[in-house]
Design a protein around this ligand. Structure first.
Ligand code: GTP
Ligand code: SPV
Ligand code: MN
Length: 587
């Protein structure tokens, strides 16, 4: 398969450890993948869906205790605890290797070990990075085949030991011995006792965010939890926006947005470059360029409908894997909350239980059920999707779920202030990670669960990246909140396609075409600056959406101070300075 000694030596070692009965190299051919699909169906690991309605689509159900990322079992094992920082779980590398080697010992007995060479980013792009994932799960192989570029074409590109070593064993999916571990200095990821998404598709969060953020810090680039979209105006010009929202806070939806009818008629259109991860580098011209390192979407199913996200739904019509949604037994199609108002009567809910969808209690699909769909299925996939140089970013947008506090949109005064706006992000937790849902927590740059080193140094890296860019050409930074609620708990903003109205103000600001007024927290639009043509929204509602309540903000500042205190002297002075400015502005 390969003569690369680094690859072969590591593989030998892992084989001796896990003791699989067989090793299979994934070459990337359709024949091999088709044979694996057939095998997974034969063993019950996957279920074939209706070939006419959902050609090439499969269903997979995970263990009930294994339905989301497990942040409390995710570790960054740097030589010292300070390098991992106060918000990551840490253990000394030697101690962790000892623990893990015991868990992996014989973990693949009687199973096949699949070797998946994969590229994050277009094969051969100067932005791209290569990994090899060893796994005992066909589900992982088939997902990686959608989410990344895989096979011999990638293996050929490996030079020396320049690849990320990824070992995954589902073992016996025991939650008490589940570990998702990163050794940034060894370019190594080890995942055991899970078979779910972000815990096991190691190219995604583990490599493309945690390891890549560490590499980016060393090498002068950035790995971010961001969508990338291109917004085309009626003149046919396309400007690119990168946006960081925490898990299940609307990246996939914004990336595939369909503008309101009257804007569509004028000629506005959104192109999707990526929906979850962006790798950003400064180009020779001093601008910031982004690629999407992934090749597919691992998207949240619930809430996805013809009305909310037509393009995502279209993307799932063929060659897609559905995880933990509900099945309509009558025609072997899929269903989830929010798809439509007709839950199947003859239904298999996500746990495998047979129920009548009309009379069920709770959810038929798990709130974090997902689809794995090839990006090329997306009707609005950007022509620049495969561009090895990436796309130039005009605006960076931060956002999250805040029922109060954050207004619909505001702009940072400059890069440094923008970094502070990102660093003070907070959002209500969602079903994307195990644990309580709906609790506000600080989630800087939407990277709390994904930063592969000390968060204080990560803030420093953002500040340094700004210094390296031409200030005229650096992206302008904004903050949005689609999730503000009224006193009764209803969303004040319609969201989804109507978010286009906010993007237009953002791009107009980038081009110096729109007004803004200074406020204690940053630059705010006036009510007249947000186009509400054909929108069913009262003046009071819009006023409320743009309102900055000083008392609520003072409470947030107190919380920010407490949060930043944990970083001690490591916190960059610029962040402290910005916090003082905000506090003084509010007084
Ligand atoms: P990850 O894949 O977990 O990183 O999530 P994501 O940021 O891509 O989230 P996604 O776009 O899948 O949205 C998650 C949930 O938020 C879905 O149930 C959506 O229906 C809902 N959502 C997305 N955009 C909006 C919006 O503008 N308004 C409201 N109210 N809900 C939204
Ligand atoms: C997220 O939780 O942010 C995801 C899904 O995108 S997972 O890949 O499971 O992490
Ligand atoms: Mn995500």
């Amino acid at each position: 398969m390969t003569e690369n000694k680094f690859v072969l030596n590591w593989l030998d070692k892992m084989k001796d450890l896990c003791k699989p009965s067989e090793i299979v190299w994934i070459d990337g051919s359709e024949e091999q993948l088709e044979a694996l699909r057939a095998e997974a169906v034969a063993t019950g690991e996957m279920i074939k869906l209706n070939e006419e309605k959902l050609p090439g689509c499969y269903y997979h159900r995970t263990a009930e205790n294994d339905v989301a990322r497990v942040e409390d079992r995710t570790f960054i094992c740097t030589p010292t605890e300070e390098e991992a920082g106060p918000i990551n779980n840490w253990m000394a590398p030697d101690e962790m290797y000892d623990k893990l080697y015991k868990l992996y010992d014989g973990s693949m007995q009687g199973r096949t070990m699949y070797v998946i060479p994969y590229s994050m980013g277009p094969v051969g792009s100067p932005f791209s990075k290569i990994g090899i994932e060893l796994t005992d799960s066909i589900y992982v192989v088939l997902n990686m085949a959608i989410m990344t570029r895989i096979g011999n074409k990638v293996l050929e590109k490996i030079e020396g030991d320049d690849f990320t070593k990824c070992l995954h064993s589902k073992k016996d999916v025991n939650p008490d011995e589940r570990y998702i571990v990163h050794f940034p200095q060894d370019n190594t990821i080890m995942s055991v006792n899970s078979a779910y998404g972000g815990n096991v598709l190691l190219g995604k969060k583990c490599f493309a965010l945690r390891i890549a953020s560490y590499l980016g810090k060393q090498e002068g680039w950035m790995a971010e939890h961001m969508l990338i979209l291109g917004l085309e105006n009626p003149q046919g010009e396309v400007k690119y926006i990168a946006a960081a929202f925490p898990s299940a806070c609307g990246k996939t939806n914004l990336a595939m947005l369909i503008p309101p009818e009257y804007l569509k008629e004028k000629g506005y259109k959104v192109w999707t470059v990526g929906d979850d991860i962006a790798w950003l580098r400064i180009g020779a011209d001093g601008r910031l360029y982004a690629i999407n390192p992934e090749a597919g979407f691992f998207g949240v199913a619930p809430g996805t409908s013809v009305k909310t996200n037509f393009n995502a739904l279209e993307s799932t019509k063929k060659n897609t894997i559905f995880t933990n949604v509900a099945i309509n037994n009558d025609d072997m199609t899929v269903w989830w909350e929010g798809l439509d108002k007709n839950p199947p009567e003859n239904c298999t809910e996500w746990t495998g239980k047979q129920v009548n969808g009309k009379t069920y209690e709770g959810n038929l699909a798990h709130p974090n059920s997902r689809f794995t769909a090839p990006a090329i299925n997306c009707p609005c996939i950007s022509p620049e999707f495969e561009n090895p140089q990436g796309v130039p970013i005009s605006a960076i947008v931060f956002g999250g779920r805040r029922a109060k506090t954050a207004p619909l949109v505001y702009q940072a005064r400059d890069w440094e202030h923008g970094v502070f706006v990102g660093a003070t992000m907070a959002s209500e937790t969602t079903a994307a990670a195990a644990g309580a849902v709906g609790v506000v927590r600080r989630d800087p740059m939407a990277m709390k669960p994904f930063v592969g080193y000390n968060m204080a140094d990560y803030f420093g890296h953002w500040l340094e990246m700004g210094e390296k860019m031409d200030p005229e050409k650096a992206p302008k930074i904004f903050h949005v909140n689609w999730f503000r609620k009224d006193e009764e708990g209803n969303f004040l903003w319609p969201g989804f396609g109507d978010n286009m109205r906010v993007l237009l103000w953002i791009l107009d600001r980038c081009e110096g075409k729109a007004d803004a007024q200074d406020s204690p927290i940053g630059l705010l639009p006036s009510m007249k600056d947000i186009d509400v043509t054909n929108l069913d929204i009262t003046e009071e509602q819009l006023e409320e959406l743009l309102h900055v309540d000083k008392d609520v903000w003072m409470e947030d500042v107190a919380n920010q101070k407490e949060y930043f205190a944990q970083f001690g002297d490591r916190l960059p002075a610029a962040i402290k300075k910005q916090l003082e400015i905000l506090e003084n502005n509010l007084k």
